[in-house]
Design a binder for this molecule. Structure first.
Ligand code: GLU
Length: 471
């Protein structure tokens, strides 16, 4: 097979958000396709009309685009291909490898319950397969499902990650291909699509392993060659329980809203179950493409650590130029009418933010006056002497010709000398006045960025407030 014939697919069901697990499946398929110079196909498995929504479909598209995962073909919609599944189901009926089943869901449910009460696992009894020609005659015109006739013997397949996997035929029941309302089941639609879309490798989560023997049996019944399968390891939360909502945010969308970069998500997702180079964790998409191989995917469950994702995000922010960071911030929804100022703020805070949202949440004082002041700071730094010094500092700063970090610092030092106080006795209160907080980036650099007007106005506002409180 030529590499260019390699075709993989991502086949999500549009029933909710794009979860971390789904995003990892999409990414591995994409990395594999690009590495092999093959094709990546997007297929929307929306035959479950009740659970599929147009919103969930849009979330899939936007999450993929956000991550930079571009599809070469599709999106194909299973809901538009129902006739095709019906035609193939008819053929399987004709071949005698499938049969009509008239059993009602309620009957089946009751039998299932009865068997379970008796402590046995339920398997369809082939009631309708054993119908006599007369009985079949009597049922003509009644609604029916089409069931696959599972042949005896073992089903075995070589998993590209886990090695050979074998299932006993007796473990499988005659599963439904087409429901009585004419819609296909997942396993059937999946095979017809993987076959007709010429999929060569099916890369999906290990929760699908029990489906694979059923799918292979359909291929065998049709005399088609099945694709190769690669089942990706489970993803657990930090407590080693299956990743779920109680572990916090688990969707791409939620991370995007918090201000995570696609680079960081892609990097973190890629590391969920695969390794690349020894002693290296930071990779960009292009590097992941050239390094990706299914041989490097582990069988062991992977652990998704939100703290680790934060670390990836910080590292990728550090790798960006301030200009790039600025345009990401605006794209993400940050409002600014002074890009020049924003850019200077970012240079200062770039190494201190974890997510884009921090620019607003942690450094709001660059964009608006502090509304409140840290209590401990206020208690320590509002004595008469401090206030007097702040007043003098304000006068000196108003007159300062060059409002640079360097000359601001000189001003501080000389006032400290004049007043016989330590420089920090001016620095700490002013930090509180300018930011409302007791920690910030270096005060002098920060003041240079804030600029004279903001600095002077804030000192004035602070002094006025304290005066009001004291009067
Ligand atoms: N629609 C299935 C899912 O979202 C696809 C499984 C597969 O890749 O075959 O889990």
């Amino acid at each position: 097979m030529k590499n260019t014939d390699i075709r993989v697919r991502f086949a999500p069901s549009p029933t909710g958000f794009m979860h971390i697990g789904n995003a990892r499946t999409a990414l591995y398929n994409y990395l594999f396709a690009r590495n092999q110079k093959g094709k990546f196909i997007l297929r929307i498995e929306d035959t479950d009309v009740e659970r599929s929504t147009p919103e969930a479909r849009e979330v899939i598209f936007s999450s993929l685009r956000f991550l930079g995962i571009e599809w070469d073909e599709g999106p194909y919609y299973q809901s538009e291909r129902v006739t095709l599944y019906q035609e193939y189901a008819e053929e399987l009926l004709k071949k005698g490898v499938a049969y009509k089943c008239y059993c009602q869901p309620q009957e089946l449910e009751q039998r299932r319950r009865e068997t379970q009460v008796a402590g046995k696992p339920y398997k369809y009894e082939r009631t309708c397969y054993h119908l006599t020609p007369e009985e079949k005659q009597q049922k003509t015109g009644l609604p029916f499902a089409i069931r696959f006739l599972v042949p005896p013997g073992e089903v075995s397949f070589p998993d590209l990650i886990r090695g050979n996997i074998t299932f006993k035929g007796e473990e499988l029941e005659d599963f439904v291909l087409l429901r009585s309302d004419g819609t296909p089941t997942y396993n059937f639609a999946c095979v017809i699509d993987d076959y007709s879309m010429k999929i060569t490798q099916v890369i999906r989560g290990e929760d699908h392993i029990p489906n694979t023997p059923k799918q292979i049996l359909i291929y065998e019944a049709c005399k088609w060659e099945p694709p190769l399968y690669a089942h990706l390891p489970m993803i657990m939360g930090p407590d080693h329980a299956k990743l779920s909502k109680r572990h916090g945010a688990t969707s791409v969308e939620a991370y995007r809203e918090m201000g995570y970069l696609p680079e960081a998500l892609v990097n973190a997702l890629a590391m969920l179950g695969a390794s690349f180079e020894a002693d290296r964790e930071i990779y960009r998409l292009g590097e992941l493409i050239s390094l990706f191989s299914l041989n490097n995917v582990s069988k062991k469950a992977a652990v998704f650590e939100p703290e680790k994702l934060k670390w990836f995000n910080r590292e990728h922010i550090k790798l960006m130029t301030t200009e790039d960071l600025l345009s990401r911030l605006l794209e993400w929804g940050f409002k600014s009418d002074d890009k020049n100022y924003l850019s200077r703020v970012l240079t200062l805070v770039k190494e201190r933010i974890t997510v884009l949202g921090d620019v607003h949440n942690e450094f709001i004082y660059f964009f608006q006056e502090p509304k409140t002041y840290d209590d401990t700071g206020l208690i320590t730094w509002s004595s008469g002497e401090v206030l007097e010094n702040l007043g003098l500092l304000k006068d000196k700063l108003s007159e300062l010709l060059d409002f640079s970090a360097l000359s601001i610092e000189k001003t501080f030092r000389s006032l400290a000398d004049e007043r016989s106080v330590k420089a920090k006795e001016l620095i700490h209160p002013l930090r509180l006045v300018l930011t409302g907080k007791t920690v910030s980036p270096g005060l002098f650099e920060m003041m240079e960025v804030l600029g004279r007007t903001r600095v002077v106005t804030r000192i004035e506002a602070f002094l006025a407030k304290i005066k009001q409180i004291n009067s």
